[in-house]
Design a protein around this ligand. Sequence first.
Ligand code: NAD
Length: 488
Amino acid sequence: MQTVVSERNPSGLDKVAQVVDGRIGESADGAYFESVDPWTQRPWARVARAGRADVKAAVAAARRAFDEGPWPRMPQRERSALLHRLADLIQAHADELARLDTRDMGMPVTNSRNWNVTSAINHFRFFASHAQLSTASTYPGDDRLHQYLRYEPAGVFAAIAPWNYPLNLGVWKIAPALAYGNTVVLKPAEQSPASAARLAALALEAGLPPGVLNVVHGFGPDSTGEWLTTAPGIDRITFTGESRTGSIIAAAAARSLVPVSLECGGKGANLVFADADLAVAVAGSIRAIYSNSGQVCLSASRVYVQRAAYEEFVDRFVRAAEALPYGDPHDPATHVGPLSSAEHHAKVSDYLDSVGSDGGELRTGGRVDGTLLVRPTVAVGLGPAARICREEVFGPVAVVTPFDDEAEALRLANDTPFGLSAVLFTRDLGRAHRVAAQLRAGTVWINTFGVREPRAPFGGFGVSGVGREGGDFSREFCTEPKTVIAAI
Ligand code: NAD
């Protein structure tokens, strides 16, 4: 049975199933919700809506697969081989998976295929290999004792994903969990459920045992997300989404002392010093705010430019923003597609309206009537207290502001409760590393943007999150380290 059924049901819509204990199908009571294509603004799929019974069944299946099944017990080389097989299957279905995410949330299909899906493949391969190459310490020091460390699988994971890179961000949660021998219940975002369901079906096809990767659909509060994160029998919660939601989930987890990994929102700063190569700075700044229509946690939405370069930078930046093709996300040439939903479009629109009332002006961009598009937008003339400079907009909107010196640049950049990432452009090597050291952000890019090293920690300072993902950092979260001390 296919997950996303090609022949339409009587409603004329495709179907997105849940995957629980190896069974691909409807929810127990047949409930569903609709996923709306943000380009056509019409529903395109009926999605199995999990009730409490489905969530309970999914957690029980993951529990059984962990407590009794072969997954945590099989030799690492076999588990890794199955995950590489799953990566092969994602590769073979890359175009289909890319289109599902484009349909669900409007990501331009080229970005969906070349970044979203490719990164998911690479992530499965990376963690399959990382787990296999991983070593653990011994603790010499006493000849009569043999002391060593074992990394044991932690158990059942509740994974909650957002909609902005649906396949990729789901995989960032589950690839390390699976590679280290855990079982997972994944709830994708309600705006983008299809690729996760397809992924779980491919996992079964790859040979992952039933119950190892379950996918249930639904909403957050008083729905699937809340029921999953408060379910008894969960050993870890791994969440990506808004900071506010992260704090609700952390509070729920605190009641049962379940460790959480929270990857939350951002309000990245981009510092362009007057000595920067302006061509590099403009191209990097464009990537840093308009990729995926600005719906990126790492977006550098606050652009600070040293006064001597300010006018020239703004002129070139505006011209480059106006040259980006926007429109139909299914067109491979499109760079900026519609925002993910009418609700999100209304939120971004509200921020656009606040620019004028907070004393600023739009140098380019704005809404496109009758669509959910927002053209690449550049706002200027705003002070640090403006709402659009303080809150996460999550849209293709950059605010450009001048600064005078390094100290002021750092003050402006760090004047935020977020701390996920920052970017800086300069040709002064000393300044580059001095400023990088003082920026309060989990990732700092110098003269580039968006490159990710999977062995390095990824996560945020402040309200941008709790914990780090990547390489050994993921292993620490996905395992229970155990010390064994033996008399010999
Ligand atoms: P969101 O917090 O609204 O939703 C994320 C997920 O949480 C969804 O699956 C949702 O259904 C679920 N959820 C909502 N309320 C819940 C509750 N009470 N209990 C359990 N689950 C609940 O976020 P979003 O709008 O989907 O995603 C955008 C946000 O994600 C932005 O803030 C962005 O910066 C952030 N993000 C962070 C990273 C990162 O790595 N730090 C990456 C991508 C996105």
